[in-house]
Design a protein around this ligand. Sequence first.
Ligand code: 0JX
Ligand code: SF4
Length: 318
Amino acid sequence: MTDRKPPLALYLAAPRGFCAGVDRAIKIVEMALQKWGAPVYVRHEIVHNKYVVDGLRAQGAVFVEELDDCPPDRPVIFSAHGVPKAVPAEAARREMVYVDATCPLVSKVHIEAERHHEQGRQMVMIGHAGHPETLGTMGQLPDGEVILVETVDDVAGIEVRDPDALAFITQTTLSVDDTAGIVAALKARVPNIVGPHKEDICYATTNRQAAVKAMAPGCDALLVIGAPNSSNSKRLVEVGAQAGCRYAQLVQRAADIDWRALEGIRSVGITAGASAPEVLVNEVIDAFRARFDVTVKPVVTAEENVEFKVPRVLREPA
Ligand code: 0JX
Ligand code: SF4
């Protein structure tokens, strides 16, 4: 009887984990806690990750879903996913101190939507119903002005006011391939539809999916570190499965790993969604090292050097 561990090639995706928008949003909460002290309120999870949220909560952040759940005399921060226009408007009406941590790449889509609307175009948004980013982006325009499309099949059912005055925008965290199919269906149905060059999927989403695509076919299993409510993380699992990995799973932390399902594997791919911190990646790698003789093999498909400025001083609205 030998206690030698079985060999395992551990493919580690790069880029993975935090994107520039997540980094900025978390820093904004930390700066707010420093400036104003606890409690600082945050409308919705600042990013979709329990470890991050629990850490900020321990420092005095209070996470709520609606402005109504915030006292008027404490600062409130809006999450990285963006908010409908009515939210900052209501905060201003209540004379609350607020800071908007919406990712600049989400704000860019908000501006696109407004521009199309001003130019008289009806809007289609490709996104997931009920997701905070979709609610926030659709909420930039008056009710009923944006038609939500989630699938290729939805395209046939949309009611177009004027086929020469239609535009589309997208959520930033969608599957690149699935979205290309929906955009193609929209263009086939309404040839004069206008929109971005491809879609509004951000660099971080695109790069993380490309890394997964590169490694998935050669992996017996793929683990994506991320939360069940994290759109970009869930898309990485789908991309891995579509790219040919037979066992692709989302795990929040090492404790979630189903080791029985991984019995006999010779290779595993590891990546992390844009809201999952590197400390959790290391935790998962350590859990594999405890059970296998691990050789880490980085799979680098892009280099990222995007950084978004964090306001040096968090200002109160005038
Ligand atoms: O659910 P999402 O992927 O939109 O959000 P998450 O997991 O918090 O990721 C970072 C924020 C992304 C905004 O676009
Ligand atoms: Fe911004 Fe993209 Fe990160 Fe979302 S995933 S916060 S859009 S950089």
